[in-house]
Design a binder for this molecule. Structure first.
Ligand code: MRU
Length: 347
């Protein structure tokens, strides 16, 4: 199947496939300033938890190139400051802070300031390569959970190559199932208000040659009741130690509907998305995005001028609605406190 790689490092600058322009245009943005990379994350030119982690790692390389100094303590201090700025670009996905911390650890362990930049570049490349490999392992673990031929799987938001280095998490599980010859039906929600599903997931399925049917978010309940959906699989932005999972707004509603209709509800995510420092979902900060993402689309108002909108980008699905969490190490089942900790240790 065709490989989509949204993030490319040239050796001196970062090239991102601009996800605000898809599916109508495939435009690459060239970035050589870490502040611009952080802004690209905030503005969602690149999005999806693993992809923003990889972008943050390369942003740290750009910062190191700009802030280089023979004076090691000063250099490390400047890198920490840049790292805080990059990590603050979006608050919910743990991968962002995780990548920045991993990069800072490499810089802090290097005694020779002249070697920090090449070490950081190697580490960022490693994070990107590992992500693709991890996603393929998630696909291998998860594909057996996909439904029988002719039955339906529903996914939400975009969790494919565009949201990662390549291959994807929940979308990667669907892809792995299809690559092994499964011929189940695929449904994807449009994912209001930013339309990651309609704009990005539908495009990715077309690129992969996997037939998929787009539904309005609000059609999911009726389809589950009618027996069209045999399982639901989504990604995650942060998974608490007890399995409570933050993901794209609307995920919680899908999990409750799945529970009501006796349908398995799966999460697919790398162990780097598990945040063992957060006990449960109440400790996860939910990003609130600008009102205009709800009141307008593509610059065109969809609500009367003066309409007040509330735009939480994520919600938290309580662990009791989650059948299993597929990671690169294992398929984790309840009780998640135990199974997730073991997966993190094994990864
Ligand atoms: O706001 P987004 O588009 O960054 O939200 C993305 C999601 O919620 C994904 O499901 C999650 O990051 C997992 S991506 C593999």
């Amino acid at each position: 199947m065709k490989e989509i790689r949204p993030i490319n490092w040239t050796g001196s600058r970062l090239e991102l496939l601009d996800q605000t322009r898809l599916p109508h245009e495939q435009v690459t943005v060239n970035i050589s300033d870490y502040r611009v990379a952080a802004a690209a994350i905030t503005d969602m030119r690149v999005r999806g938890a693993p992809a923003i982690g990889v972008t943050a790692a390369y942003a740290m390389v750009l910062a190191a190139a700009e802030l280089q100094s023979r004076e090691r303590d000063h250099y490390i201090g400047s890198l920490r400051q840049a790292g805080s700025q990059i990590a603050a670009a979006r608050p919910t996905a743990v991968n962002l802070g995780w990548a920045v911390r991993r990069m800072l650890r490499v810089a802090e362990a290097e005694p020779d300031p002249g070697s920090i930049l090449p070490k950081l570049e190697a580490e960022a490349r490693r994070i990107q390569a590992e992500d693709e490999e991890i996603n393929r392992r998630i696909g291998e673990h998860g594909r057996v959970l996909m439904p029988q031929d002719g039955e339906g799987v529903l996914t939400h938001c975009n969790t494919g190559a565009l949201a990662t280095s390549a291959f994807g998490t929940a979308l990667g599980v669907i892809r792995a199932g299809w690559e092994k010859g499964g011929r189940f039906r695929v449904y994807n929600t449009e994912t209001r208000p930013w339309l990651q599903g309609a704009r990005l997931t539908s495009w990715e399925f077309q690129q992969l040659g996997i037939p998929a049917t787009l539904i309005a978010d609000s059609a999911a309940g009726m389809m589950m009741l009618n027996g069209d959906i045999s399982c639901v699989i989504t990604g995650a932005d942060r998974i608490a130690a007890n399995g409570d999972t933050a993901n794209k707004i609307g995920t919680y509603a899908l999990s409750v509907l799945a529970h009501e209709n006796g349908i398995p509800f799966y999460i697919a995510a790398p162990t780097s998305t598990v945040d063992l420092s957060v006990t449960d979902g109440s400790g996860i900060k939910i990003e609130e995005r600008p009102q205009h993402e709800v009141t307008a689309y593509g610059g065109m108002p969809v609500a009367p001028s003066g309409t007040v909108a509330y735009n939480p980008a994520f919600d938290v699905t309580p662990n009791r609605y989650i059948t299993a969490i597929v990671t690169e190490a294992a398929v984790c089942r309840p009780p998640f406190d135990d199974s997730l900790r073991r997966a993190v240790d094994a990864a």
